[in-house]
Design a protein around this ligand. Structure first.
Ligand SMILES: C[S@@+](CC[C@H](N)C(=O)[O-])C[C@H]1O[C@@H](n2cnc3c(N)ncnc32)[C@H](O)[C@@H]1O
Length: 404
């Protein structure tokens, strides 16, 4: 491996991974980023990539076409891919086929062709337990695929707010490395790997709560996993070495300074962010508790219920998770108390700049190249940049260790 870790970024959005790798202490160089927003002409997220990164190749094409155009030589593949149905079936020609449009299989194709030494992925934590009728099957398929392609894996489901960051955002981070080239953890027994893993360099834990062992070698292939996996959901931390998995839960340990929502708020914001009486009424209803009668597709009646939420955010805590609906009057959106330009107290939404700060992006990362609504949307899709930078530090440290 050259001194620089050459990186290809997929599903780049506004470039959260690229920015995090730039901020990391590791010697990363992103050489190619791909971003394509399906079903819209306006490629606003790509426009932000274009605004912020001039030095590397930027590709604005559906990954099913862009995958053919990746640079030949890179060491690390990164990306936040959507959580979808990963089941596979045997085709008539006895090949193995995943569902069309499922983006994991694009990643898988790239790994088969380019065999990068490392892979660093992000996903929602639902990935560890989906689908609901066969808990854990989808992640088992991904792990089996990675094992077959020659990778060992470590994952950790991290709530950024537990490690001092300004947002309570829970995401699963997956690190994979090539078995034959890199000796990471190979010499350790699997339980040791749990405690001496890559994440441990940056993310301390008070204790591990539960352990579960699964041997994917009992399944002949991904179709077998699809049809017969029956071990339940994966837990919040895990390691897979040569198809053998150990997985457990953990209590996070953080002793640094905890960032709070109030730390990133703007001093004076435009009056247009303040809500009208009518909008406040609407939010009170949306955030109130409710019990709505509904009917399942099979005709069965049930009640959909939601608890009461405070209209105002607690600014003395890290913020709740930002969603793509942030720019709208919505139950999940963030509202705070503030004083407008006339000195009158009111309730306002958070600004697009504050949304960027909640994710730890550089101020105005998305300004000038998209509408305000799209700026919130992109932040709801993005990641907590300093957290990803910290994981990149851990990976780079491990890489330096094994090079010695
Ligand atoms: C979860 S977001 C990733 C956000 C990113 N990590 C960031 O920091 O902004 C997934 C991204 O994948 C993009 N995407 C979805 N389908 C795609 C496809 N077929 N080809 C390329 N990109 C796609 C979406 O537009 C979205 O920006």
């Amino acid at each position: 491996m050259s001194d620089k870790i050459k990186v290809v970024e997929l599903f780049a959005g506004v470039g959260g991974f690229s920015l995090a790798l730039k901020k990391s202490k590791g010697n990363y160089e992103v050489i190619f980023s791909n971003q394509w927003e399906p079903s819209t002409k306006n490629q606003f997220a790509f426009n932000a990539l274009n605004k912020n990164f001039k030095k590397h190749i930027l590709s604005n094409e559906d990954i099913q076409f862009a995958k053919e155009k990746l640079p030949n030589d890179f060491d690390l593949l990164v990306g936040g891919f959507p959580c979808q149905d990963y089941s596979v079936a045997t085709t008539n020609s006895k090949g193995i086929e995943g569902k069309k449009g499922v983006l994991w299989w694009e990643i898988s194709w790239i790994l088969e062709k380019h065999k990068p030494n490392f892979v660093f992925l992000e996903n929602v934590d639902r990935l560890l337990k989906s689908p609901s009728n066969k808990r854990g099957r989808d992640f088992a398929i991904i792990l089996k695929d990675l094992d077959e392609k020659g990778y060992n894996v470590e994952w950790m489901n991290i709530n950024a707010g537990d490690y001092g960051y300004v947002q309570r955002r829970r995401r699963v981070f997956i690190l994979a490395w090539r078995k034959e080239k890199l000796n990471i953890q190979k010499e350790l027994n699997i339980s040791d790997a749990f405690h001496k893993g890559i994440f441990r360099k940056g993310f301390k834990v008070k204790k591990f709560i539960l352990e579960k062992e699964i041997d994917l070698n009992i399944f002949s292939d991904k179709v077998d996993v699809t049809e017969n996996y029956n071990y339940g959901k994966f837990l919040n931390f895990g390691v897979m070495i040569d198809g053998k998995i150990i997985s457990g839960d953990f209590v996070p340990l953080f002793k640094g300074k905890q960032k709070k929502l109030k730390d990133i708020l703007e001093d004076k914001v435009d009056d247009s962010y303040f809500l009208t009486e009518e909008q406040i009424q609407k939010i009170s209803i949306l955030k109130d508790s409710k019990k709505i009668p509904r009917t399942k597709p099979n005709g069965e009646k049930y009640f959909y219920s939601e608890g009461k939420m405070s209209i105002l955010e607690n600014i003395n805590m890290p913020s709740r998770t930002m969603l793509t609906s942030e720019g709208t009057i919505n139950r999940a959106s963030h509202f705070i108390e503030d004083t407008n330009s006339k000195g009158i107290k009111g309730i306002r939404r958070i600004t697009p700049l504050e949304a960027e700060r909640i994710n730890g992006f550089t101020d105005n990362w998305t300004s000038d190249v998209m509408t305000e609504r799209q700026r919130y949307f992109c932040m709801g899709n993005a990641l907590v940049v300093p957290l990803v930078a910290k994981i990149a530090d851990c990976l780079s440290e491990k890489n330096n260790e094994i090079k010695k």
